[in-house]
Design a binder for this molecule. Structure first.
Ligand code: AMP
Ligand code: MG
Length: 332
């Protein structure tokens, strides 16, 4: 750990201001004063970022080892869970429709099933084909054909994903299904990175994956200060959260979207309709004991709306939510 000298308390710095000393003694005193003043400064924070799992991973800590530990662990996660790397288990599962997978894949899909059940289907990783259609629509700024949506909607539903624990196999019941872990992967990655930091004995760090983060310990004795982005003004912050040993994740309709005939179509899909979530919620921030829960709940609440989403959050211990609707900040 890189630290600055701080063995003497700041208030003793006055000791060096004695008159009638020789120049050499004075120089020594100035050196001592400089050392003491440096010692009074806050310890240096290391802040580094890297593009991984399709987002920016940012690490802040007074421990210089923290960034490398986080990046190395998230690279391992990417190798397993990437939807785009042909060597990853998720890519192969999506391609083949059945695959013997590692325990961590089974565990994450089980968690996804849990959030699917508790959100009454609002959270659904089997929306993969719908996500693909709407990502294309966002690119081209054109609505997809209804027939295309209907077809993809028939492929959604987590009852069509079987977990065979005995032989560690995940199996899709319909051809053409694919899973998309975009709503849970960032939170999961943050949690495993935090575990790796704890294992290395690091007690204070902020790990963020595209804004979904965990505040481990404190920022030099104070809670981490987290700004919440204004959903309609990207450079404005609408409020701050002071967090220690807590996760926070935000979902919003402003991350990826297009506007057609005055209507906004975002990347968060309501599995029931096959269309982007349309319950007037524009941003949801969830604070939770772990980042996976915060991530999964934020997406679920975007789909469920303020009332039902608020009820869902109440089912969880130590979870707090901030839900912003169109009415709070104005339309579109
Ligand atoms: P987030 O930013 O965490 O809200 O995640 C949004 C991403 O999750 C989207 O870009 C899709 O990849 C995926 N997704 C969209 N709708 C859903 C949904 N209803 N349930 C689960 N994942 C979804
Ligand atoms: Mg999410």
């Amino acid at each position: 750990m890189k630290t600055r000298p701080s063995s003497l308390p700041c208030r003793q710095a006055g000791i060096v201001h004695r008159p009638s000393l020789k120049i050499t003694t004075l120089a020594t005193c100035y050196l001592l004063l400089a050392t003491l003043l440096l010692g009074c400064q806050q310890p240096q924070l290391y802040k580094r970022s890297q593009l991984l799992i399709g987002t920016t991973i940012e690490v802040t800590s007074i421990d210089s080892r923290a960034p490398e530990i986080v990046f190395a662990r998230i690279k391992e996660i990417e190798k397993v869970f990437s939807k785009f790397d042909p060597d990853s288990q998720i890519y192969q599962l999506n391609k083949l429709g059945a695959l013997q997978v590692s325990k961590e894949v089974i565990d994450l899909i089980k968690k996804a099933k849990f959030f699917n059940q508790i959100s009454e289907g609002a959270f659904d990783i089997s929306v993969g084909p719908l996500v693909d259609i709407w990502k294309q629509a966002i690119k081209t700024q054109k609505l997809p054909a209804q027939s295309q949506i209907d077809k993809a909607r028939k492929l959604a539903g987590m009852d069509k994903i079987t977990i065979e624990e005995k032989n560690s196999t995940i199996r899709f019941k319909r051809k053409g299904m694919n899973i998309d872990l975009g709503a849970i992967a960032k939170g999961y990655a943050v949690d495993v990175a935090i575990e790796a930091l704890k294992k290395a004995g690091i007690k204070d760090a902020l790990v963020s994956a595209g804004g979904d983060m965990y505040c481990l310990g404190t920022k030099v004795g104070e809670p981490w200060n987290i700004g919440i982005q204004h959903p309609r003004k990207p450079y404005e912050v609408i409020g701050y959260l002071k967090l220690a040993n807590k996760a926070v994740a935000t979902s919003g309709d402003y991350e990826q979207f297009f506007i057609l005939d005055n209507k906004r179509y975002s990347h968060i899909i309501d599995p029931k309709t096959g269309y982007p979530a349309d319950k007037k919620v524009i941003s949801v921030t969830v604070m939770a004991p772990d980042c996976l829960t915060a991530d999964a709940l934020a997406t679920s609440i975007m789909v469920l709306g303020k009332e039902k989403g608020g009820e869902l959050a109440k089912k969880f211990k130590d979870v707090e939510v901030r839900i912003l609707t169109n009415d709070d900040v104005g339309n579109n």
